[in-house]
Design a protein around this ligand. Structure first.
Ligand SMILES: CC(C)(COP(=O)(O)OP(=O)(O)OC[C@H]1O[C@@H](n2cnc3c(N)ncnc32)[C@H](O)[C@@H]1OP(=O)(O)O)[C@@H](O)C(=O)NCCC(=O)NCCS
Length: 222
């Protein structure tokens, strides 16, 4: 069973005191194994610069539909600058988790803080054959945990109006989501405070997963 993480505020950046960054956690501590809704054990961990070749390969194997939903345009290849930006993060203001099935990179979720604010934009992409396994939801949980610890209070996202999968992940997350629509783009916004309502929804979601995670010896459960 995957238990909700303690969203303790130890190490949180105090908003308004930019010269006092939080004591950074070792990103490796945030790695964990999770069970998807189809019973596969997936390893979630913060991205590293040496993931670059696998990220390029992952992107090249996405369907045009998934790429369009992620980038709002045909974007068959990541540029070198994008690869560097996506894989080199500071784990505080810019964070990304990858999901691995064995050696295969199967999903990426990221947030980028708007400079000087407590808001961050989130974005996700899951390999087509792994979609609807609950991985997007699990990545959102991990990003929210990490963001909250880093002093981020609010996630925002831009999603195509027809992207029911992404909107479903946000709406079902347990956070109180607000949306507004302009020119076919849905702007999503929600506080990531792990309040009681969120904890209840998250605990119930994990309770529905039948197979307990097989934890790696060196990594805790999420
Ligand atoms: C959008 C996207 C990231 C979602 O990822 P995902 O891993 O498929 O998402 P999940 O499996 O967690 O959730 C998808 C659905 O499964 C449901 N679900 C997830 N976990 C579940 C569980 N344990 N039990 C029952 N239902 C579950 C969700 O409620 C959602 O339902 P819905 O499709 O009916 O709304 C993925 O489809 C994707 O990569 N799309 C292309 C790129 C994209 O659209 N990116 C968004 C730009 S921000």
């Amino acid at each position: 069973m995957i238990e909700p993480q303690d969203h303790g505020v130890a190490g949180r950046r105090e908003i308004g005191f930019p010269n006092q960054p939080p004591a950074p956690r070792d990103p490796a501590e945030l790695a964990c194994d999770v069970t998807t809704r189809v019973g596969t054990t997936i390893h979630l961990r913060p991205i590293r610069p040496d993931d670059a070749p696998r990220l390029v390969d992952f992107h090249q194997h996405l369907s045009p539909r998934s790429v369009y939903r992620r980038f709002f345009s045909a974007h068959p290849t990541l540029s070198a600058a994008e690869v560097e930006r996506f894989t080199c993060v500071d784990y505080v203001d810019r964070m990304a988790f990858i999901a691995e099935d064995g050696d295969q990179l199967v999903a990426v979720g990221r947030y980028d803080r708007s400079p000087g604010t407590a808001e961050a934009e989130v974005a996700f992409v899951v390999a087509d054959q792994y979609q609807h396994h609950g991985i997007g939801t699990l990545l959102l949980e991990q990003l929210a945990d990490a963001g909250w610890r880093s002093g981020i209070t609010t996630f925002v996202a831009m999603t195509l109006m027809e992207n029911r999968d992404m909107l479903g992940v946000f709406v079902d997350s347990g956070f109180r989501v607000t949306t507004s629509v302009e020119h076919g783009i849905v702007s999503v916004r929600f506080l990531i405070e792990p309040d009681e309502a969120y904890r209840v929804v998250r605990t119930a979601r994990h309770a529905r997963i039948q197979s307990p995670a097989r934890h790696r010896a060196d990594t805790p459960p999420c």
